[in-house]
Design a protein around this ligand. Structure first.
Ligand code: SF4
Ligand code: SF4
Length: 253
């Protein structure tokens, strides 16, 4: 949500309630938005990407580690209103959504943000009436996992090994091979799923990092993010079965 006002506005449809004098329902009309009225529409379209100036919110605990996740380079992510997932070409840290591509973790509905006074920079700066102005420069201003965990060599090492063994580039290639009937491709995907799963268990066992907080350290589990690649996984203990998703929008059956 932004408090900035701009001269150039965005047209939006307003649906007035009630009836005209002749008893007909009031007609829709177009209104120009040029300042944030805290409607909450943007909060229903996912959590913000964190910027360096948000580090204080992490330090103070306003943004707890289990309210955040890392989107790794090459990850496919569903965004509201789009049928096809979008590829993230760079790593970012985001506030979690309540479900895939859904409301921000801190959104309580009716335009209410649970951390409004301390909301992240992207929420303060976002202007829905001029979205292109809000998307510039994110490459140099975003927070990276090394900004958060740089002082913990064990975690940085785990992140590096995970990126190497379970990169989304490798996952995409192996899935394509598996889909073409290549057994080695399928074995590679299963190896990645097992590695991703066991590393999360190790972080919990050694450092007490909960599965929710592990989403920030390692990104979300491959067993979930694989859905955006058109597959779903059934896990029974250490056994993983991979199936293609047949539905129109690539959601887990
Ligand atoms: S969509 Fe977001 S930025 Fe636009 S008016 Fe609503 S709360 Fe403000
Ligand atoms: S942190 Fe608050 S203002 Fe920002 S998207 Fe979430 S609910 Fe909206």
């Amino acid at each position: 949500m932004s408090e900035k006002a701009e001269d150039s506005g965005k047209l939006e449809i307003v649906t007035p309630q009630g009836h005209e004098e002749d008893d007909k329902p009031k007609k829709m009309r177009m209104a120009k938005k040029n300042a944030c009225d805290s409607c909450g529409k943007c909060c229903g379209m996912g959590g913000p990407v964190l910027q360096k100036e948000d580090m204080g919110l992490l330090m103070s605990g306003t943004l707890s580690q289990d309210s955040l996740y890392a989107v790794r380079e090459g990850e496919l992510v569903f965004v509201p209103g789009e049928q096809e997932p979008k590829e993230f070409f760079i790593e970012v840290i985001k506030v979690k959504e309540k479900n895939e591509g859904g409301e921000c973790f801190f959104y309580e509905g009716s335009g209410t943000c649970r951390i409004y006074e301390n909301r992240p920079a992207q929420c303060r700066d976002y202007q829905c009436w001029a979205p292109s102005e809000c998307l510039t420069g994110i490459d140099s201003t975003r927070i990276l996992r090394k900004d958060i965990f740089g002082g913990v060599p064990f975690l940085m090492d785990a992140i590096a090994r995970h990126n190497e063994k379970c990169s989304y580039e490798k996952l995409g290639v192996s899935l394509a091979r598996a889909a073409g009937g290549d057994e080695e491709g399928m074995e590679d995907v299963i190896d990645m799923l097992q590695y991703d799963n066991s590393l999360r268990e190790l972080l919990k066992e050694k450092l007490g990092i909960t599965p929710d907080a592990a989403d920030l350290v390692l990104g979300r589990p491959l067993i979930k993010t694989i859905n955006a690649f058109g597959f779903y996984v059934v896990q029974e203990g250490e056994t993983f079965t991979i199936m293609p998703i047949e539905t129109e929008r690539k959601e887990t059956p």
